[in-house]
Structures are given as structure tokens and as C-alpha cells.
Design a protein around this ligand. Structure first.
Ligand code: CAO
Length: 432
């Protein structure tokens, strides 16, 4: 037998919250069994064990902060059952250290497609909730589902599954009950949309929403309910910019990344943010202060088969048009393949949501809080523009700025967009 230390591996971010601990001293665990659940502001990660054995001591608890190298637990393993190959210490002496296996991440905000948390087989997954010490039998997937809905699973006394195991339906019913009681008690809660049995009108089929869609939906609802949002519409004349873009692309060799109008929009936006620091800011959680950012990172909403994700392009103020085009191409490809890491989606200052490749004349994007604004873009169109004497054909780009009205006044929004518009119409201004 050997005693090994299991530590937090590289989770791609400096610090994570321990949101659940699923083991206790004395537990016999299997390799791959989830030890704890960690969470960043973007993703929740199940941390599987790299080895099978008996838990000797647990060193973390719910609510702790952890980082790479934090000791999770010590495990007594038999010499015949060493740790998983990549972390194994064959014939390990006492007090060998191994990292837990790479965490299985589940997004909690607009994030890429990531694997589902590994379900734990019967007998392994009936862990106890360490925060209460009382039985709360549920698989990690059900615990995660409960956390997504903000439900403390220990509040569900018994489940309807085998041996009282809590199932997803139990969590749903718990929420339904809480909502109904909440409405009845205070009368001020938001009434839910009544359930309708559609089968009475014709055939139906049920299709599960992707995890990204579900989590994005929660995030958007939260923003919708918390932020007073205003959308301001503007148009920029991009005729000259488009001619420049076409000329630049004509110079490119086959296979080189082409420049789309979005790259100029990113540059024009950042130049305006440099003039209006309140747009490169976040409101402090108590709503008392504005936290001004000195870096310029732009989030780009990317449409993927599994839903919307927002990779972040960093330090865009210091990068050229070609560099940004290459980075955007790489990140959007990674996004579509579901390969973005939490770090790829963190640290954004403002987001652009461009539907210009598809169409549209205007829309009202929802702010990616705690950012204070988001720029929506739809399809540029040749239009007759009056120049004082005659109508001339100009390529006009529709822009929609949604902002958090607690931070941005209407006039500030209009002034900011006037600068974005100027920057796009005459890109020489980006040199100023
Ligand atoms: N007007 C006219 N044409 C436009 C345009 C616009 N505003 N924006 C893009 N186009 C053109 C491009 O020039 C390109 O033309 P070619 O095929 O001739 O080269 C074509 O449309 C496709 O562009 P694209 O969408 O691939 O590239 P992009 O740089 O404009 O956008 C990205 C990249 C990742 C933002 C985009 O692919 C995407 O995923 N958009 C959807 C974002 C989304 O879903 N937002 C809604 C979120 S809800 O708030």
C-alpha cells in the first residue's frame, strides 16, 4: 500500500472556487471518480481522481479557493493499482504526490462545447454532501444541474430514484415548488410561463437543448433582469473602408487569412474606448464604483453548432489589422470545434456580436455583463445618401450599441457611437 497526495492540476486559471467536495475520509473510490467540483466564472469542472484507493484525509472544503498544486486529499492505494499512467508513480513510496486528472469542464457562461461531466456509476456516485454532512444522494450531473439552477441540493430531503437518489426531476419539482411558494408569499416574483400540453394540438417531439444554450440562456436572463438596457442605432459610411479592404485582400497570397470588415470594426471600437474610458469599465458589485480597465480586450460572439460562445482577443490596441484577422480566424475555428479553454473566454472588456455575414438591418444584442456595452453589427448595404446636392450610392453599415444605462447616459452612448462611426468612415483616424 502507498499513500499518495492528490493535488489540483493546471486548470488554466490562477484561482478557482471549490463549489463541492464529494469525498470524505474512509471513502473507497474508483479511478476517474469525481473528487470535487471546481468553478471559474466561466466553467464548472469535475475533478476526477487519478487513482483508485481509500481516502485518508480531505484537505479542501466547499467555499475554499484553490489553485494548481492545492492539496485535495491523501489516498491509500494498493501497489497493484497504481495511479493512471500519465500521473502514476509506479511502486510509489509513502507520500507520493500526483495531480488529479485533467478536470472535466462544464461552461457556466457563453463558452465552448466541452465534455459532459463523467457520470459516476452506481455505488460510486452516491456521495454525501460534505457541506451538510447529511445524505444527499445524487450523481455529479444532477448536482451540477442543481447548482446551475441555484438549488442547494441538501434542501431536497429525498429523491424519487432508487434508494432515495435525487434525480433531475426532483430538482425541477423543487424549483417549481419554490417558485410557486415565492409568488404566493411575496406576490412580487416573476410569474413563470404556464406549462402547456402541446400534444393536444398535434404531434410533438422533445429535443434536449445543448449545455451551452442552457447556460447561455441563464446568463442572458440574469442580465435581462438585472441591467436596465438601452439600444442605440447608428449607421456608418464604410464605402472607402470597403475599397481599402478589397485592395488589401487582393494583395494576399492564396491561403492567407482574408480581412473582413469586422477587423476594422474592432479597431474603430477600441479607438473609441480609448476616448471614452467609461465604456472600458465594469460597475463594482455594490454599484458604487466604476472599475476602469487599462487593457483593451474585445470579445467576439461566435456562432457554433452548439450555441453562442465569446472568445476574447487580447490587447487589440497594440495589434495590427492582419494580426487581429489571424487571431480571430484561429479563435473562431477553435470555438466551432469546441476547443476554447476558459482562459480563451476571460478578460473581455466589450463584446461585438456581428450578424453581418448573415444579414439583418438591426437587432438588440444583450450586454455580456459585467461589461457595460455590446456592439451589434448587421449587413452593410449600398444606399442612396443625400450629399446636399444629389443622392450618391454609399455602402452603409448598421450598428447597434446596447449599454447598461446605470453606467452610460444616452448622450454618452450617442457621442461614443459618433466616434465609432467616424473611425469606420475614415480609417485614417485610427492612426491618430
Ligand atoms: N456586411 C456585409 N458583409 C459582411 C458583413 C457585414 N456587416 N460582415 C461580414 N460580411 C461578409 C464577410 O466579408 C464575408 O464575405 P466573403 O465570404 O465574401 O469573404 C462573409 O460575410 C462571411 O463573414 P464571416 O461571418 O465569416 O466573418 P466575420 O469576420 O464577419 O465574422 C464571426 C466572424 C466569428 C463573428 C462570425 O462568423 C459569426 O460567428 N457571427 C455570428 C455571431 C452571432 O451569432 N451573434 C449573435 C449573438 S446574439 O447577441
Amino acid at each position: 500500500m502507498a499513500l499518495i497526495e492528490i493535488k489540483v492540476p493546471d486548470v488554466g486559471t490562477a484561482e478557482v472556487d471549490v463549489v463541492d467536495v464529494l469525498i470524505k475520509a474512509g471513502d473507497i473510490i474508483a479511478a476517474e471518480q469525481t473528487l470535487a467540483v471546481l468553478e471559474t466564472d466561466k466553467a464548472s469542472m469535475d475533478l476526477p481522481s487519478s487513482a483508485a484507493g481509500t481516502v485518508q484525509e480531505v484537505f479542501i472544503k466547499k467555499g475554499d479557493k484553490a489553485s494548481e498544486g492545492t492539496l485535495i486529499a491523501t489516498l491509500l492505494v494498493s501497489d497493484e493499482a497504481p495511479a493512471a499512467p500519465e500521473t502514476a508513480q509506479p511502486a510509489a513510496p509513502a507520500n507520493t504526490t500526483v495531480a488529479a486528472q485533467a478536470p472535466v469542464a462544464v461552461p457556466t457562461a457563453p463558452t465552448p462545447k466541452l465534455p459532459e461531466p463523467a457520470p459516476v456509476s452506481q455505488g460510486q456516485g452516491q456521495s454525501q454532501s460534505s457541506d451538510t454532512g447529511k445524505a444527499a444522494h445524487a450523481t455529479p450531473a444532477v448536482r451540477l444541474f442543481a447548482r446551475e439552477l441555484g438549488v442547494d441540493i441538501s434542501g431536497i430531503k429525498t429523491g424519487t430514484g432508487r434508494k432515495g437518489r435525487i434525480l433531475k426531476d426532483d430538482v425541477k419539482n423543487f424549483v417549481k415548488k419554490a417558485m410557486t411558494e415565492g409568488v404566493n408569499q411575496v406576490g412580487g416574483s416573476i410569474p413563470s410561463i404556464p406549462a402547456v400540453d402541446f400534444s393536444q394540438f398535434g404531434d410533438t417531439e422533445e429535443r434536449q437543448l445543448s449545455k451551452i444554450k442552457r447556460l447561455t440562456g441563464q446568463n442572458l436572463s440574469r442580465v435581462w433582469l438585472n441591467l436596465p438596457l438601452v439600444t442605440y442605432h447608428e449607421e456608418a459610411d464604410i464605402t472607402d473602408q470597403e475599397a481599402f479592404r478589397v485592395a488589401l485582400n487582393a494583395e494576399k497570397a492564396a491561403g492567407e487569412v482574408k480581412i473582413t470588415g469586422l477587423i476594422f470594426i474592432i479597431k474603430a471600437l477600441v479607438a473609441a474606448m480609448q476616448q471614452f474610458p467609461q465604456f472600458n469599465a465594469s460597475l463594482s458589485p455594490d454599484g458604487e464604483k466604476l472599475i476602469l480597465k487599462k487593457y483593451f480586450n474585445i470579445g467576439i460572439a461566435v456562432d457554433t453548432p452548439n450555441g453562442l460562445v465569446v472568445p476574447v482577443l487580447r490587447d487589440v490596441n497594440n495589434k495590427g489589422i492582419n494580426e487581429i484577422a489571424v487571431e480571430l480566424a484561429e479563435k473562431s475555428e477553435k470555438a466551432r470545434l469546441g476547443k476554447l479553454s476558459p482562459a480563451d473566454m476571460q478578460g473581455g472588456c466589450l463584446t461585438i456580436s456581428s450578424l453581418g455575414g448573415i444579414g439583418g438591418t438591426a437587432f438588440t444584442p444583450i450586454v455580456n455583463a459585467p461589461e457595460v456595452a455590446i456592439l451589434g453589427v448587421t449587413r452593410a448595404k449600398m444606399q442612396p445618401v443625400w450629399n446636399g446636392k444629389e443622392f450618391i450610392p454609399r455602402l452603409m453599415l448598421p450598428l447597434d450599441l446596447t449599454y447598461d444605462h446605470r453606467v452610460i447616459d444616452g448622450a454618452e452612448g450617442a457621442r461614443f457611437m459618433a466616434v465609432v462611426k467616424q473611425n469606420l468612415s475614415d480609417i485614417r483616424r485610427l492612426l491618430l
